[in-house]
Design a protein around this ligand. Sequence first.
Ligand code: MN
Length: 356
Amino acid sequence: MRPHEWGTRHPAPGTRLETHLSDDKAVAKMGHPSEGFKRNTTHHAHEVAPSCAEGSNTMNTTTTTTQKKVIGTYGPGSNHWVGDGFPVRNLFPSNGLQLEVSPFLMLDYAGPQYFTPSAKRRGVGEHPHRGFETVTIAYQGSVGHRDSAGNSGVIYPGDVQWMTAASGVLHEELHEAEFSKAGGTFEMIQLWVNLPAKDKMSKPGYQAITREQIPVVNLAGGGHIRVIAGEATVAGSTTKGAASTFTPLNVWDVILKAGEKVELTVPEGHNTAVVLRKGDAAVNGTAKLTGEARIAALSQDGNSVTIEAKEDSQLVLLSGEPINEPVASYGPFVMNTREEIMQAVADLKAGKFGQL
Ligand code: MN
């Protein structure tokens, strides 16, 4: 079983458990670009001069902007189907990005792909999760879901489902009935967000966030940012995101017009990544993201990211405080130790994840 699969199959008893993330040897074997990566010591620091308008009280204020360093750019490490509904390009961890993107665990970019009309709903049937959150961002097409915590609904284009599996849920994720019948183009992202050890066994939760509930920040060049989680400060004004999170993090849809250049403030200390869904954009001048399904990883050091779009570009910015705890993962379970994984398997067998 791939460690990052959404979990269409239950782990068989006695199956070898895989512990990744902390497995430095495996990462090194893959020729991981972070090998030999050194903390950036040559910042391109430049001081932004304060406004010196007469009577201004900002005369003595100096804001230092330091670009985050680009660690590397990557494509998908794996293309595969999740169930029969989600043809995904996995942008991490299959390409080796793991520690660099903590607290994020996995990003699957599904589609865009056309589906013919179907009476049968395609997707992933009943499966468990424990120890983290699944975040589903729908762009085209709709996903219907229901879980053992009693939640159900439809994720329509523009909507986000932020599901906290925590101590455990069973759920299903299927193309919504009307979309299945009509057919059409399907496109979405599923992102897995880790939980700190102290929250892994808390009660499952669920945020159904509609398109209308996601604040939009318009940019001067014609593009915009949808602040799904965290907060975005643009032109001195801060906009809070729609989702509540367990650890400090940002998830923004960033839409840029051809020729548009933005400098985004991203907290010092946050692991940071810029994902290209489609387009042509340069990150911090040097990292080219071209075509589809590309990702640039950036350093914790620094507090700014510049993105310049050569063509109309659809991007996602992720950042977050790293969770510096051991990770033991096995299919749909992400815990801290092997023992906790074995407990999850036992609890699933014992029916402790509830019923759909
Ligand atoms: Mn799932």
